[in-house]
Design a protein around this ligand. Structure first.
Ligand code: HEC
Ligand code: HEC
Length: 355
């Protein structure tokens, strides 16, 4: 919509100056009253209700971490996540491609694994991934526990020969015996490949990043500034929420990339995993949480710029052309999805010595 229309949108929301402006998550100095003003209007309350029907706030952790040994599993999983000895070259860990201090990604189009080899897909973030309906761009792993076995044995990622090779490495590190025994009590030989994956999964279930949008969904209508509110309205009115919805603002369904207008890619997506032709070019709808921090975009990492990704989505998924003001508004809203990284939870732990 033209700028005048966006201003009209702002007016229906009862919003003052700053609405639809450039993407900033902080109101400018001296504009402290701005955030408070929208809170008062019934339109903003209605928008909040509309959003609360489509999205849910993040839980403190994704269910699955509640068994008595969960604390021990989580701390073991944290060590394993950072341990490059789980790779053939001893130099690649989960954290190499999913850096927890860089929003769970490596910001590269495709990642470098064993001996610098590149895979064909972009590394998605591990933050909030446990909330998804399934793992990987094509959903070929059911959950984070099942997923964690993949990269360790993937020849272009961590390249270990097989499960037995991983177990040999872990059993040769004496300092892992006690953490595995605490995490899997009562097992005669707890140091197994399967238990490695269970522990990493338990750790990943705590990788959640609550944001201003969660506060908004929780009822704090002043948590979003005027520009973000206007952006939320454009996002909803454009139809983005028909696919990017739920607790992860995505992650809940598989959809065809190029639904309305074909999208150029050699990757057939989910069809490769399911061998079902009907799944051709279907991909898991990505979560939009922390999207400003996880460039480049799409399964192949070919789009570096978030504005361009938003425009492509409108065109190929919805058959719409967004103008600059609409793109800027959506960008402002997407900024409200940048959450707080749990710094203490993800702090690199001391890894057990080799001897
Ligand atoms: C060499 C880089 C690399 C390493 C090392 C690596 N990953 Fe990944 N990871 C990727 C790529 C690329 C994908 C997407 C692949 C696909 O969808 O086919 C991915 C996907 C994932 C996903 C799915 C997220 C989603 O939104 O679907 C999770 C979870 C994950 N990795 C966790 C891990 C864990 C845990 C480890 C360590 C055991 C690990 N990764 C090691 C590159 C890597
Ligand atoms: C019909 C479903 C659908 C609709 C509608 C839709 N998307 Fe998407 N979106 C997807 C899928 C599927 C992908 C993953 C594409 C791929 O494989 O790279 C995606 C990817 C994205 C990405 C890149 C995410 C990443 O991590 O690389 C962004 C950003 C995005 N969408 C934003 C939007 C916006 C903004 C709108 C509204 C203008 C929108 N989407 C509408 C299905 C949809």
């Amino acid at each position: 919509m033209p700028r005048s229309l966006l201003v009209a949108t702002c007016a229906t929301l009862g919003l003052a100056a700053g609405c639809g402006g450039p993407s900033t998550s902080q109101p400018p100095a001296g504009a402290a009253g701005l955030a408070a003003a929208p809170a008062a209007t019934p339109e903003v309350t209605a928008l909040q209700a509309q959003a609360a029907a489509l999205f849910q706030p993040l839980p403190a952790a994704v269910p699955g971490t509640t068994d008595p040994a969960a604390g021990a599993k989580v701390s073991l999983g944290r060590m394993l996540y950072y341990d490059a000895r789980l790779s053939k070259g001893g130099d690649v860990s989960c954290n190499s491609c999913h850096g927890l201090d860089t929003y769970g990604v490596d910001n590269a189009p495709t990642s470098s694994g064993h001996q610098g080899q590149k895979g064909g897909r972009n590394s998605p973030t591990t933050y909030n991934a446990a909330l998804h309906v399934a793992q990987f761009w094509d959903g070929r792993a059911a959950d984070v526990e099942a997923q964690a076995k993949g990269p360790v044995l993937n020849p272009v990622e961590m390249a270990m020969a097989d499960a037995a090779a991983v177990e040999a490495v872990l059993r040769a590190i004496p300092g892992y015996a006690a953490p595995f025994a605490a995490a899997f009590p009562g097992e005669a030989q707890p140091v197994t490949f399967d238990n490695m994956a269970l522990a990493i999964g338990a750790f990943e279930r705590g990788l959640v990043t609550p944001s201003a949008f969660d506060s908004f969904l929780g009822g704090d209508v002043a948590a979003l500034d005027a520009g973000q509110l206007a952006g939320l309205k454009v996002f909803l009115d454009s139809g983005c929420g028909s696919c990017h919805n739920g607790v992860a603002i995505g992650g809940g369904t598989f959809q065809k990339l190029g639904l309305v207008k074909p999208f150029e890619t050699a990757d057939i997506g989910r069809a490769e995993a399911t061998k079902n032709e009907a799944d051709r070019f279907f991909f898991k709808v990505p979560s939009l949480r922390n999207i400003e921090k996880t460039a480049p975009y799409f399964h192949d990492g070919k789009v570096a710029d978030l504005d361009a990704a938003v425009r492509l989505m409108a065109e190929h998924q919805l058959g719409r052309t967004l103008d600059e003001a609409q793109v800027a508004a959506i960008r402002s809203f997407l900024g409200s999805l940048t959450g707080t990284v749990p710094a203490e939870y993800v702090a690199r732990p001391q890894l057990p010595e080799a001897t």
